[in-house]
Design a protein around this ligand. Structure first.
Ligand code: 26V
Length: 800
């Protein structure tokens, strides 16, 4: 039954409910060592995961074999973050075994969803950048492109968030406390990674070293036709144990080498924007980049030999500047270790590397002090100097530098060492050209390209929204799953009353499920007939959750002033984490929780407005919320959100967007139609102009009494009577500098929200708009994005 010679195309088509049941019981007995009478939910979940993993492995081997046979170009995606979430349901859906698994579990007397939801959510990422990497891996597998993801096997992922008196409290995340069912340890794939010491004679004598140990997770694509590998590195000591110290009775000292080494892969940095410049972070970056490059070159030399052919057979993508050390490291490997002349090594490295920029926020552009850099990576600093010199020699009239007195600039380094540099939405790419990389773009006008982000339709529609997925399949068959642009074939159904009522019913049922879950988990009752207005993303001033809560306050005040008017009932749902050191963002969370407490308790407004902040936002919570949303809040200050990907998931699942012309919102609006999108706010150009106006915030407040009253309520302690000044600094900011133009955009936001209210009251009209969002969102598949990278950046082809 488990023939390893099975062809990649036929994997898993013959697995039945009985086979599934037998496989689960087999693993329960022989892998978990439990009998069915004593098995816990954990045991069952692991047994099921191993049964599914067995099905993936055959296709995984077949994919590896095919890649070798084809001698095809390989894609390597280097990323500090892979926000993969749960893998069991995803695997079941992609192998089309979900129904069999549910039947088998039910026959065994279990609740399938309880078993499936027992899996911890692997949060090896902060937000958009990490989730994009996870979608890309799935799309690379679905398309059959030979690819590997490389990252860090953090022992602790992004912190768990809870609220105490409305305040965010961070708790350690412990996903690896249980065995991780999907990974395979690879004791044969280990590399020694050096730090410190001296650079001399075009060589390097590191003073310390750690071992990078590989753990592989197969990532299976749609229909199990292909599976690629996510290889994560764990840091281990070169020598596990200092026996001399132990023998002297120094037990702590004896364990020190192990503890020191493991620190490198201990925890994910929880900041997603603030420059940290910490030594450990630089160590993490070099650790995983160096291990990945060593592994890539080992595989290349085994397959092809001649390093001068590297760019023909290998494409390495840098997910932001976090792996930017790949440039100098590759030059070091080619030049110092393999004797290739420096300039040629530099050209080979450049032809192999691509760099994706994910943010223009100045504080997020990595810069390292050359003191720290030189201490940890002395040879790399020399190589960077030579790269800088070579670039300046080629363009003597340019003022671009990679080094500045005291600092190494990773954005410039990445740009100079990559043959393609891309932005993640059309607007973001244009802003890259006109702002941060203006000069470099003038020197290298063909280097910057755009690859607008996308999301995988398997996880973000088929798996998370089965009701809508079935409706679509009923109408156009199921080819849309592998070719999302086929959704446009539903265009003719949008005029059909039967389709629209089924569409509305799917949304209603999703909302009822979410309401039941929120009531069970958080004790808050929501009426599914209310509009579900949702803002879920990291907390950041540029994302403007405070604009949303100010509008909620103004709305609350308006309802109180005229309780009998025809209000459209809505619940505002928030979720998201703030970086532990980002105090302003944490205060916004607390403000939202404080406002929720007062507003939800108000008998006058209770049926018309509710506010909920759900704790511990993660991939799993997003999968629950997005299918049940009516309104998607994408309200960043124009020019600041590079793309957004949540915005695409919402549109695909039939939530209408209220948004600014920022990031991929621009392209979403173009595609779904401006009549199906609630636009408000200044454009990126207007933002820049507005900031130059003296007292812009005060002027905005002076002409909008609603805004003034909402701010006054925040200022006078309406939501925090026990400490009335608690939010004085927020009001002060929004009345004074207001860099993110919350006050200046408020009036137009209010106007757009009232248009939303009116539109929602026309239930049929709303459903038609929502359906148009689904039908016209096919372009936002990450399959399309990956094809773009293949053509414009990697020069890679699928093997199936
Ligand atoms: C930066 C830093 C800096 C210091 C330490 C830790 C850390 C971790 C991550 C980052 C990168 C932040 C950039 C980012 O996540 N950008 C988001 O990328 C998404 C995918 O392209 C995009 O949709 C979002 O608009 C963009 O904010």
């Amino acid at each position: 039954m488990y023939s390893s010679k099975v062809d990649a195309m036929t994997v898993s088509t013959t697995f039945t409910t009985q086979d599934m049941r037998a496989a689960i019981l087999h693993h329960l007995t022989y892998t978990m060592g439990k009998d069915a009478d004593h098995a816990t939910t954990y045991d069952w979940r692991m047994a099921l995961s191993f049964a599914v993993r067995d099905r993936i492995v055959d296709g995984w081997f077949a994919s590896t074999r095919k890649s070798y046979e084809a001698g095809a170009k390989r894609v390597y995606y280097l990323s500090m973050e892979f926000l993969i979430g749960r893998l069991l349901q995803d695997g079941l859906v992609n192998l089309r075994l979900l129904d069999d698994a549910c039947e088998a579990l039910t026959a065994l007397g279990l609740d399938p969803w309880q078993v499936i939801s027992n899996e911890p959510d692997a949060a090896l990422g902060n937000g958009g950048l990490g989730r994009l990497a996870a979608c890309f891996l799935e799309s690379l597998s679905s398309l059959g492109v030979p690819a590997h993801g490389y990252g860090i096997r953090y022992e602790h992922g992004l912190f768990r968030q809870s609220f105490v008196d409305g305040r965010q409290v961070e708790l350690p995340e412990t996903w690896l406390q249980q065995h991780h069912a999907w990974e395979f340890e690879r004791p044969e794939a280990r590399y020694r990674i050096g730090f410190g010491g001296d650079a001399r004679d075009a060589g390097w004598d590191p003073a310390e070293a750690v071992i990078a140990a590989a753990y592989d997770t197969p990532i299976v694509g749609w229909q199990g036709r292909w599976a690629n590998t996510l290889r994560l590195w764990a840091a281990k000591p070169v020598e596990a144990f200092d026996l001399d110290s132990f023998n002297r009775g120094d037990f702590v000292g004896a364990a020190t080498p192990e503890a020191m080494a493991r620190t490198i892969s201990r925890v994910l940095y929880p900041d997603d924007t603030t420059e940290i410049g910490k030594e450990l972070r630089l160590k993490q970056e070099y650790f995983f980049t160096a291990a990945s490059l060593a592994d890539i070159l080992r595989r290349f030399e085994m397959e092809h030999g001649d390093l001068r052919k590297l760019p023909e057979k290998v494409a390495i993508q840098l997910n932001d500047t976090h792996p930017a050390i790949a440039g100098p490291e590759l030059v070091r490997l080619l030049h110092d270790d393999n004797g290739i002349p420096f300039d040629e090594a530099m050209d080979l490295a450049r032809s192999t590397l691509g760099y994706t920029n994910h943010t223009l926020l100045p504080e997020a552009l990595e810069r390292w002090s050359d003191h720290l850099f030189g201490r940890l990576l002395p040879r790399h600093l020399e190589i960077i100097d030579r790269i800088d010199q070579a670039h300046r020699a080629t363009y003597p009239s340019s003022s671009v530098t990679i080094r500045e007195p005291g600092v190494v600039k990773m954005g410039e380094l990445s740009f100079v060492m990559a043959h393609r540099v891309n932005g993640v939405s059309a607007l973001h790419t244009e802003l890259m050209k006109s702002t941060v990389f203006k000069e470099l773009n003038a020197l290298h006008p063909d280097r910057i390209v755009n690859e607008t982000n996308g999301v995988t339709p398997r996880r973000w529609l088929l798996s998370s929204n089965p009701r809508l997925a079935s409706l679509i399949t009923e109408r156009i068959g199921e080819d849309w799953v592998g070719d999302l642009e086929q959704l446009s074939r539903l265009e003719e159904h949008v005029g059909d009353a039967g389709f629209l009522s089924a569409y509305a019913e799917a949304k209603r049922a999703n909302k009822a499920d979410l309401a039941a879950w929120i009531e069970a988990e958080h004790g808050i009752a929501l009426d599914p007939a209310m509009m579900f207005d949702v803002q879920i993303k990291r907390l950041h001033e540029y994302k403007r959750q405070h604009l949303n809560i100010l509008e909620a306050i103004a709305l609350w005040q308006a309802i109180r002033a005229a309780p009998d008017a025809d209000w459209t009932p809505r619940v505002k749902i928030f979720a998201g984490k703030a970086a532990p050191g980002y105090h302003f963002a944490k205060d916004i969370i607390r403000l939202i929780n404080d406002v929720a407490e007062v507003v939800n308790a108000d008998p006058v407004t209770r049926d018309k407005l509710k506010i909920v902040f759900l704790p511990n936002y993660n991939v799993t919570l997003a999968e629950r919320l997005i299918p049940a949303s009516d309104l998607s809040e994408q309200i960043s200050t124009a020019g600041k959100e590079a793309s957004g990907t949540g915005n695409m998931k919402f549109a695909l699942n039939g939530a209408l967007t209220i948004g600014t012309l920022d990031g991929a919102n621009v392209e979403i609006r173009e595609r779904v139609g401006e009549e199906n999108f609630f636009l408000f706010g200044m454009t990126a150009d207007e933002v820049v102009a507005r900031r130059k106006i003296k007292d812009h915030a005060a002027k905005a407040i002076a002409v909008d009494p609603r805004l003034a009253a909402a701010l006054a309520a925040v200022r006078d302690g309406t939501f925090c009577a026990e400490e009335p000044d608690r939010y004085a600094h927020i009001v002060q900011n929004l009345s004074g500098p207001d860099y993110f133009l919350v006050s200046s955009d408020f009036t137009d936001y209010w106007r757009a929200q009232r248009e939303v209210d009116a539109a929602y009251r026309d239930a049929d009209g709303w459903t038609r708009m929502a359906a148009r969002n689904t039908v016209r969102s096919g372009w936002f598949s990450s399959d399309r994005t990956i094809r773009g990278y293949m053509a414009d950046v990697w020069g890679a082809e699928p093997v199936i």
